[in-house]
Design a protein around this ligand. Structure first.
Ligand code: DON
Length: 310
């Protein structure tokens, strides 16, 4: 029997976690993110039969931040193929914080350990086809439009600018990788593309629908069209399991046990085979950079419906 989340369940879970919105810290290293309201919490679930439930601030929009790393990876893999991409980015968890530069120097030959840490994500974005940042971002947005089945999705210019102006660490990672021939071309254009990619703005149901396409082996959940080749969707979900929650991926696998990717905005996208796409949002983060309320919501959902893949 197909597992289903009811409206009553999501209402109950949001009610429960609303007592915890004061825990954790809203990200402030991207100045524009600091303005996010910690009370803005939401959950959305998109079942593979197209039925969708949501609770909390379902109309609120937020930026996807690091969740974009999964989408950029899928697009770069479709553009360049597995061999090209994985000659430049590794497949192993780093065990380090997402913005760490440490292993770039100690790994030989120097290449980022995986596409979910910032170094790896910058290298992946560099591989997206297109001659200008606008063209690359345009292709990424067109891809997101297909995944969400919604052509209105854009990026938030203020948040993109705010990150672009303060992305000193990401610039350092990019310069280091350019020296080692992992990336090529203009660093400023790469940062322009990457910060716009991270600032793509969605609501909770749009994000859940994107997760559902990955859950559905890359096929659109309504039309059945193969948007992402099955093997590439599988690679993306595997990275979500091994590296999606950064250096908390191991404990998350035990606590929740679903392929998921978090972002510093406080959003998390999950994809569960034969079930659907999940999105949770809560701007206050724990010390690893994952949403406090989002983790609680995913834990309740996973245990109540027995969704752990392990
Ligand atoms: O590159 C950055 O630092 C942000 N645009 C994204 C980082 C992020 O979302 C990490 N998430 N936990």
């Amino acid at each position: 029997m197909q597992k289903k989340v009811s409206q009553g369940m999501v209402d109950e879970w949001i009610e429960h976690v609303s007592a915890f919105t004061q825990l954790g810290k809203v990200a402030d290293y991207i100045p524009a993110l600091e303005k996010q309201d910690r009370e803005n919490i939401a959950i959305g679930v998109y079942h593979l039969d197209g039925e969708c439930v949501g609770a909390g601030k379902v109309e609120n929009t937020f930026t996807i931040q690091s969740i974009s790393k999964v989408l950029a990876l899928a697009l770069a893999l479709m553009d360049q193929g597995e061999d090209y991409v994985f000659a430049r980015v590794g497949k192993e968890p780093s065990g380090d914080p997402f913005h760490s530069i440490a292993k770039l120097e100690t790994t030989n030959p120097s290449k980022p350990l995986n596409p979910m840490i910032n170094a790896g994500a910058l290298a992946v974005t560099n591989m997206i086809e297109g001659t200008t940042p606008d063209e690359k971002v345009g292709r990424l947005l067109a891809f997101v439009h297909e995944l969400a089945n919604d052509h209105s999705i854009q990026y938030d210019q203020e948040i993109a600018n705010s990150e672009y102006e303060t992305a000193y660490l990401n610039r350092s990672l990019a310069f280091f990788m350019k020296q080692h021939h992992v990336i090529e071309g203009s660093i400023e254009e790469l940062l322009d593309t990457y910060t716009k990619q991270c600032a793509i703005e969605v609501n909770i149901k749009q994000l859940a629908r994107i997760g559902a396409v990955f859950a559905n082996e890359g096929k659109d959940i309504e039309s059945g069209r193969q948007i992402i080749p099955r093997q590439l969707a599988r690679i993306c979900k595997t990275f979500m399991v091994t590296c999606g929650m950064y250096d908390a991926s191991g404990s998350f696998a035990i606590r929740v046990g679903i392929p998921a990717k978090s972002g510093v905005s406080g959003a998390v996208m999950g994809s569960v085979k034969d079930f659907g796409g999940i999105a949770v949002f809560g701007p206050a983060l724990d010390e690893k950079g994952n949403s406090v309320v989002g983790m609680q919501l995913l834990e309740m959902l996973s245990s109540r419906l027995e969704l752990s893949i392990f």
